[in-house]
Design a protein around this ligand. Structure first.
Ligand code: ADP
Ligand code: ZN
Length: 622
């Protein structure tokens, strides 16, 4: 994701103009104007006697004049041919005679006489004129490139930064998404030998949309396509246009396409396409979206305006294809869509291998095993995981990264960094019971993810954390599992209520999770018999803009969500009551040790390891 800087050139020219102004002003005011020095009256008379004084002028007792050789100021010692002095009121000398004797011109031109009119004018207006001329020059240049006006000069000068890049990355640097690489290989082949494709009458897609969660490697893939094909890569992030000045986005898009065509075969990469490409009908526009609209239209115009035979292929990335304006997906635009999935275990291992190419690993490190501990992580996460592990090793002064370093890094990445805050004993106990509630239910409810760790050391945003980690990836959730998650999430609150009779604000995040799961069960996955096998979701956990159901159904959805959540709460409270001794033991152990790992938890509670059923991404309840 690139963020082009504001055109350095524009600012440099502006800075030079300002500097020139300053210098000129300085020069004009000081040119030929020696400073005026103050001398004593005695010194003045001496200078007259020495025939050094050329001319004098006088107002009342103040005398100003010019000398041949410079005279020194009485206090600062600065020398100048321009002086001033004060004739004492009590002086009785005949100054006029004296001056006559020494041929001093009297009442000549006042050395401080007003500067000529043209100099004054130049001084006051010159800098301004220079600035205006400079600005005109800048915007003229922009206008000639089709941007128009002063505003255009910004668009243009920023667009000028979209210079071609020639990425050195190739498909070897991308792992875990082999299907996607295969899909894109065709694009690479075309860019390498456009003629060959055209001869056979094949047409290439103009636009390929890469769809996938953040960090799955969409940008990396686009760069790798350019790297494989050895063609220039032009990139732009659509979000840059969102707050841009009107007209700038469109002019930048124009410039970008012109550049790419001139450099064809080439690739244009538009990141975060959804930032401007959101469906125009679905989004309520609250003013100020003209810029997005104009930018989007310009992209569409440009894509319609060229032929893929020109050898320019537009790749775009988005997290969500479902919100995109359908106009973008029409034939001749982004008609090819490639989904970039989060990597599976094998993929994660391959990505880890890529990112550890230059990291010395201790012989005990098994990257396949690390991959197994990191379900749900995408390429970007894995890269920072390797980085964390390497930093940890460096901190400890090790010469290679060990398995322990990776374990620490996984924990830090999943749980967030530890935080130092002082808690009262009562708060600590409360948190210990809360987390014990989560952990115990994680062990007791069949189908829940194995509890890997529980801690009451504040980490990240949380005061305590229970980490439940699946055995491996899973892409499908059963209703039992979802209910187990909800029971576990409600466990913290249930424990607090069991022990203290009241609940605290600490369960906010737990309730968010419960609400989300209950909502999706009802409106997305058809898990409420009353609502029926219907899907009212927009596919991303949200509700549709316009409800395709009646008020009565809305009421039913609310009721069903509440029913499911309450059933889970009852189950959570019942289980904890039945296992009160284990809850106490766990809380006590936590207060003693701050953190417990899987084995310790099993030992303290005396629970046999539940049959491990493979399940999805790691679950954190706070
Ligand atoms: P996206 O554009 O999908 O948000 P990026 O391409 O910016 O993701 O990924 C960020 C970084 O994560 C990449 O530069 C790369 O180092 C790493 N990465 C992501 N996916 C992969 C992958 N499949 N293989 C190797 N590295 C990856
Ligand atoms: Zn909690």
């Amino acid at each position: 994701m690139l963020t082009p800087m504001r055109s350095a050139r524009f600012w440099i020219v502006l800075a030079i103009l300002f500097a020139a102004n300053l210098l000129i002003t300085q020069f004009l005011t000081s040119a030929g104007q020696p400073p005026t020095v103050t001398i004593s009256y005695n010194a003045f008379l001496d200078q007259v006697d020495a025939n050094n004084v050329v001319s004098v002028t006088s107002t009342a007792e103040a005398i100003n004049g010019l000398t041949k050789a410079p005279v020194a100021d009485q206090s600062s010692g600065i020398k100048s041919t321009k002086f001033q002095t004060q004739r004492p009121a009590f002086a009785t000398d005949d100054l006029e005679t004296l001056l006559r004797q020494h041929n001093v011109v009297m009442n000549a031109k006042d050395p401080n006489a007003a500067t000529p009119l043209w100099v004054t004018l130049l001084l006051s207006f010159g800098p301004a004129i220079l600035l205006v001329l400079g600005f005109l020059y800048l915007s003229r240049r922009a206008a000639s490139a089709g941007a128009g006006g002063i505003l255009g000069s910004f668009g243009q000068s920023r667009a000028r930064l979209y210079n071609a890049e020639r990425p050195a990355v190739t498909f070897d640097d991308v792992a875990g998404i082999d299907e996607v690489k295969a899909d894109l290989q065709e694009v690479v082949d075309f860019l390498r030998e456009p003629q060959k494709y055209q001869r056979l009458g094949g047409t290439m897609p103009k636009g390929v949309l890469l769809i996938g969660a953040p960090g799955t490697g969409k940008t990396l893939l686009a760069r790798a396509v350019a790297g494989e094909a050895k063609v220039p890569f032009f990139s732009i992030a659509a979000s840059e246009f969102v707050e841009a000045i009107v007209g700038v986005g469109a002019s930048r898009v124009r410039d970008l396409f012109a550049k790419a065509k001139a450099a064809a075969p080439s690739i244009i990469f538009i990141d975060e396409l959804d930032a401007i490409g959101r469906s125009r009908s679905a989004v309520v526009r609250i003013g100020g979206n003209d810029e997005q609209e104009q930018t989007l239209n310009q992209i569409l115009t440009e894509m319609d305006g060229f032929d893929s035979r020109e050898g320019v292929i537009v790749l775009a990335a988005t997290n969500r294809a479902d919100v995109l304006d359908p106009a973008l997906l029409r034939p001749g635009r982004f008609d090819r869509r490639v989904t970039v999935q989060a990597p599976d275990r094998r993929g994660r291992a391959a990505i880890l291998r890529i990112h550890t190419r230059n990291v010395p690993l201790a012989p005990d490190v098994d990257l396949d095993q690390v991959a197994g501990q990191t379900p749900g992580m995408v390429g970007a996460d894995l890269r920072s995981l390797v980085n964390e592990a390497a930093l940890g090793a460096a901190r400890k002064g090790e010469s290679a990264v060990t398995t322990a370093d990776f374990a620490d890094a996984v924990e830090r990445t999943l749980l967030g960094a530890e935080r130092k805050i002082i808690l009262s004993d009562l708060d600590r106990e409360r948190i210990a019971y809360h987390e014990s509630g989560h952990a115990l239910l994680g062990l007791l409810v069949p189908g829940a993810d194995p509890v890997k760790k529980v801690t009451i050391v504040p980490r990240g945003m949380a005061l305590g954390v229970t980490l439940q980690s699946p055995v491996d990836d899973r892409f499908n959730y059963g209703e039992d599992y979802l209910r187990a998650r909800m029971v576990g999430a409600l466990g913290g609150r249930a424990a607090e209520r069991l022990i203290y009779g009241v609940v605290t604000t600490g369960a906010e995040n737990d309730l968010q999770q419960v609400t989300r799961i209950a909502h999706e069960m009802v409106v997305r996955w058809g898990m409420s018999p009353k609502v029926g096998p219907l899907n009212f979701s927009d596919g991303d956990g949200g509700m549709l803009q316009q409800r395709p159901y009646s008020e009565a159904t809305a009421q039913l959805i609310d009721d069903e969500m509440r029913r499911i959540a309450e059933e889970c709460q009852v189950q959570a409270e019942k289980l904890l009551e039945e296992h009160r001794p284990q809850l106490d033991a766990l809380a006590k152990a936590l207060l003693r040790n701050d953190s417990l790992d899987e084995q310790e938890i099993l030992k303290v509670t005396g629970i046999k390891q539940p049959p491990a059923e493979p399940i999805a991404a790691p679950v954190l309840t706070r």
